[in-house]
Design a protein. Structure first.
Length: 202
């Protein structure tokens, strides 16, 4: 089984430092969100990383997602598809003779836009692969459990988008692997500067 890692880098300003840290994690497949990558950067970063990289560029400077493959990982990329905004990328991958569909998602912050985005992602990137081995790395910009939140607004303050994400998880039978192994741990991944508000975004 491949070791996976998903991480929002909040703009990849120092790729060498980030790549060094990622190598230390010894992950096979890495999902990065908010990379601000351009095609020119990807060529250079692929050399620095030492392995394959697929990226969704889009038109905005603050979005963009990437999937990195550990150097020397025997992975054949059969098909790559991406949205036009740099928020979602999919690759059909053959690893050790098994087809795995990898999807990396970075959702919008605005709750109303999230509704449309999640429905589009489900229709264009998930439903066509309902019978495949589907693996998601993501930052949905949502907290779906009270265990994942400390202070701040309640998780259902934007109920429509929360319901939409929960519906997407149920329809596609998605499992949060970290939460499955850490049932009682908050595992916060974001905090405000004062550390008074913390959450674990899905």
């Amino acid at each position: 089984m491949s070791k996976l890692l998903s991480h929002n880098v909040r703009r990849l300003r120092k790729p060498r430092q980030v790549f060094h840290w990622l190598h230390q994690q010894q992950s096979d497949i890495i999902f990065l969100q908010e990379t601000c990558a351009t095609p020119e950067f990807i060529k250079r970063w692929e050399t620095e990383w030492g392995g394959k990289i697929v990226s969704s560029h889009g038109s905005s400077q603050i979005r963009k997602v990437m999937i990195l493959f550990k150097p020397r990982l025997d992975a054949a990329l059969e098909k790559i598809a991406a949205d036009s905004f740099g928020r979602c990328i999919l690759t059909e991958t053959i690893i050790d003779g098994t087809k795995i569909v990898l999807v990396n998602i970075y959702a919008l912050n605005d709750a109303t836009q999230q509704l449309v985005f999640l429905r589009d992602v489900s229709k264009e990137f998930l439903i066509p692969y309902a019978n495949d081995n589907l693996v998601l790395g993501s930052d949905f910009n949502r907290t779906i459990s009270t265990l994942n939140k400390k202070a701040g607004r309640p998780i259902d303050s934007k109920k429509a988008s929360l319901n939409e994400l929960q519906s997407l998880i149920k329809i596609h039978n998605l499992l949060d692997s970290w939460r499955f192994d850490n049932l009682d741990q908050p595992g916060f991944t974001w905090a405000n500067p004062s550390m008074k508000i913390q959450c674990r975004r899905t």
